[in-house]
Design a protein around this ligand. Structure first.
Ligand SMILES: Nc1ncnc2c1ncn2[C@@H]1O[C@H](COP(=O)(O)OP(=O)(O)OP(=O)(O)O)[C@@H](O)[C@H]1O
Length: 245
């Protein structure tokens, strides 16, 4: 345990697959009660960053800590402290929303009663009539809400999100953003990987731009020093064109 770091801490992290350098001196620190969005083109290393924090991929160099714990040394320890929403949420189709939450919470060693589960489903925006329906007929947004409710109930200090608003309609995206604001007020450190600059601008305190496995830019997305969205969008588009050329 290193203790003195922010809940999410990466310093000079490097990682390569064969001779392909995927993370190249990445440094990122996310405090409790703040949301950082990580943007970048395809293959920039965003999901790999999450994998390193979760202990699924191992950094070759640099420092990685989740709540002061090195994921490579104690992957179970970090995963107990992280709620992770992958891009395609894996839930059980033949179970209802409440049953899914009940089962997943029991699996994570943090069982909750029905009242707590339905309260979290409500907070996540899932309507009461869907609570006891099987997931087979659920839309992507509804599934996302079940997964978010489970993440909320786990009350962990770190939340990692991989493209949480991809495939959501504007209403569901707005609901999701409102929910994330609540999560932040509970003191959770949130890292959100996304391609959605507008959504990032709505919910994040900071936006980091990843290119070639390192942070090339970082902007404040909240408060008086907030960036100019149009200027940033133009800069981001130029970056994408340059990469595609
Ligand atoms: N297990 C692996 N083995 C080999 N190469 C990998 C592996 N995982 C990722 N990569 C490569 O690492 C690079 C970064 O991948 P990563 O998934 O982190 O990018 P990303 O920024 O999340 O991209 P996207 O926006 O497309 O999801 C890519 O070139 C990818 O092909």
């Amino acid at each position: 345990m290193t203790g003195q770091h922010a809940p999410i801490h990466l310093r000079d992290v490097t990682l390569a697959y064969g001779d392909h350098r995927v993370l190249d001196g990445l440094s990122l620190s996310i405090a409790a009660g703040s949301v950082t969005a990580l943007l970048g083109g395809n293959g920039a290393g965003k999901s790999t960053t999450l994998s390193v924090l979760l202990g699924f991929a191992r950094a070759e160099g640099g420092e990685v800590a989740v709540c002061g714990i090195d994921p490579a040394a104690d992957p179970d320890g970090v995963r107990r402290r992280i709620a992770y929403l992958p891009e395609n949420v894996a839930l059980y189709e033949h179970l209802t929303a409440v049953e899914n939450a009940d089962y997943l919470l029991a699996l994570s060693g943090q069982p909750q009663d029905r009242a707590a589960i339905t309260e979290a489903l409500t907070a996540a925006g899932l309507q009461e009539r869907a609570w006891d329906q099987r997931l087979g007929g659920f839309s992507k947004g509804m599934r996302q809400k079940v997964a978010i409710a489970v993440a909320l109930l786990r009350e962990v200090p770190v939340l990692l999100l991989d493209e949480p608003t991809s495939g959501l309609d504007p209403r569901a995206t707005a609901d999701f953003n409102a929910l994330l604001a609540q999560v932040r007020t509970r003191g959770t450190a949130v890292l959100m990987v996304t391609h959605d600059l507008l959504s990032a601008a709505d919910v994040a305190d900071r936006i980091g731009f990843l290119d070639g496995g390192r942070l090339t830019d970082e902007v404040v997305a909240n408060g008086p020093d907030r960036f100019d969205l149009r200027a940033l969008h133009a800069r981001f588009q130029v970056g994408d064109d340059r990469r595609a050329a």
